[in-house]
Write a protein of this length. Structure first.
Length: 363
């Protein structure tokens, strides 16, 4: 406890603030150098707009505090610094993902990682950084810090803190805009998939109805042809019977006029029934065909409406991409190209692709 009081008494609040910003700036320079070297071109880094990475500044202060009791033991400085900074990195990464639904660094592909927030490689780097900080860097930084007059330290700390608060506010707003944009893109993609599924289903039904209608029309025409042919044969038979009856009228009168009338009446009634049956069949077939055509027309109308909705939806998405929140989202992705999102992975990839296309167009 005495060691802890001593370290707090060693620096004023303003000096602690300057240490935080100094190491945040050094962390920013390191990240820009490391990432630019890997990507073979200059790359801006950081959650904030300004040239600082607070995770490094916070990490340095945490290490300074955590290693106070073991300051003169290199192995213990390594271990304590490693544990303290790793815990800070885990909490920061977890909290940012919960708040913004985006992970701004990801160790999922690294050996011995925990949730992608921390990994063995990064933890060992924190341990090495702790040893360098405590046994080499901090002594020189402390000497320079004590050389700065108090009249300068206080205004510098105030100005840097004010600028940091403004930057943090704007950056958090941009991160929330990114979250909102990702939610909108995900919702839009879901709506687009729903419309596409409806379009596919309706188109499939229309195609199926088209084939069924062809088969039914073909079968109906064949059936109608057969029935007309059968009806024609019956009419001819009836005519022949009438002719026969006329030619045999005198004989019929002599033999059994009443029986002939009955037979004639029966033949006529059968023919009338056949005609009514054919008329009913044709009427039902016509109604069935009309209903099929009407149903098909409804599906065609629905298909047209879906296509119109998709066109309007895509136009809406193009307008959204011109909005301020969309530009904010792309700006924060520009500085954090490795950011990922489990919940909105597809939306984030789409936003990154749009950002890359815009960058190529501007070039």
């Amino acid at each position: 406890m005495k060691h802890l009081n001593h370290i707090f008494e060693s620096y004023t609040l303003e000096q602690w603030i300057l240490l935080f910003f100094f190491y945040s700036f050094c962390g920013y320079l390191w990240e820009v150098f490391y990432v630019s070297l890997r990507k073979h071109h200059l790359t801006d880094r950081g959650f904030l707009y300004g040239p600082i990475l607070p995770i490094y500044g916070s990490g340095a202060l945490i290490i300074l505090l955590a290693t106070i009791p073991v300051k003169y033991s290199v192995p213990l400085v390594f271990i304590c610094g490693l544990l303290a900074a790793t815990l800070l990195e885990f909490i920061t990464g977890w909290a940012m993902e919960k708040l913004f639904k985006v992970r701004y660094w990801d160790y999922s592909d690294d050996f011995l990682n925990v949730g992608g927030y921390i990994c063995l490689k990064a933890s060992l780097a924190w341990g090495v950084f702790s040893v360098l900080l405590i046994h080499f860097v901090q002594d020189y930084v402390e000497k320079i810090l004590f050389m700065i007059p108090a009249e300068i330290v206080t205004p510098c700390a105030f100005v840097l803190t004010a600028a940091f608060c403004v930057d943090a506010t704007v950056s958090v707003r941009a991160a929330l805009d990114l979250k909102e944009v990702l939610q909108n893109i995900a919702a839009n993609n879901e709506e687009l998939r729903r419309l596409q599924n409806r379009l596919d289903v309706v188109a499939a039904f229309i195609e199926e109805d088209k084939e069924n209608l062809k088969e039914r029309v073909s079968d109906s025409l064949e059936s109608i042809s057969d029935k007309l042919e059968d009806l024609g044969e019956k009419v001819e038979d009836f005519k022949l019977e009438q002719s026969y009856i006329r030619s045999q009228r005198k004989i019929i009168r002599r033999q059994n006029i009443e029986q002939a009338k009955a037979d004639y009446r029966l033949r006529f009634e059968q023919l009338a029934e056949n005609l009514k049956a054919q008329e009913k069949y044709f009427a039902e077939h016509a109604q069935d065909t009309a209903e099929n055509l009407q149903e098909r027309a409804k599906k065609q109308s629905e298909l047209s409406n879906i296509r119109t909705a998709m066109t309007e939806f895509n136009a809406k998405r193009r307008i959204e991409r011109q909005q301020k929140s969309y530009r904010h989202a792309q700006s924060i992705l520009k500085r954090n190209g490795s950011a990922i999102s489990k919940k909105y992975a597809d939306a984030l990839n789409e936003l990154k692709q749009t950002k890359d296309k815009n960058a190529k167009t501007s070039e």
